[in-house]
Design a protein around this ligand. Structure first.
Ligand code: FES
Length: 101
C-alpha cells in the first residue's frame, strides 16, 4: 500500500555518492533520525521517510518534500518537523514552513 505521506529529506547526495551540500552540512541526517523516531512515537500509519540526493534547493536547506501532496518544506530544526507532523495528524499544512516558489 502506498503511504499517504512519503517524506523525502534531503541528504545532499551527489551523483557520485558523496554528500556535499547545505542540507548535509546543516545536519539533515540528525533531522532524519528525529523524524523517524517521532513517527514511531506518534504511531503515524501511512507516513514513510526516505533520504534523497540534492534537490537543488540548497539555499533554503535543509529541505523536505511531502509526497504525493507536493508540499516543499524548509526544516531548520526539530521544531519544524514537529509542526509538520502536527499538521499531518490534523489533516492540514504547516504553512509557516512551506517553501515559496
Ligand atoms: S543539498 Fe539539499 S537541496 Fe541541495
Amino acid at each position: 500500500m502506498r503511504p499517504s505521506h512519503h517524506l523525502f529529506v534531503c541528504g545532499s547526495f551527489r551523483a557520485n555518492g558523496e554528500r556535499q551540500g547545505v542540507c548535509h552540512k546543516k545536519d539533515s541526517m540528525s533531522l532524519l533520525s528525529y523524524l523517524q523516531n517521532e513517527i514511531q512515537d506518534r504511531m503515524l500509519d501511512g507516513v514513510e521517510v526516505s533520504v534523497t540526493g540534492c534537490m537543488n534547493l540548497c539555499t533554503k536547506g535543509p529541505v523536505m518534500i511531502d509526497y504525493p501532496k507536493g508540499h516543499f518544506y524548509r526544516v531548520p530544526n526539530t521544531g519544524a518537523l514537529d509542526a509538520i507532523l502536527d499538521a499531518i495528524e490534523g489533516g492540514t499544512v504547516a504553512q509557516e514552513f512551506l517553501l515559496s516558489e
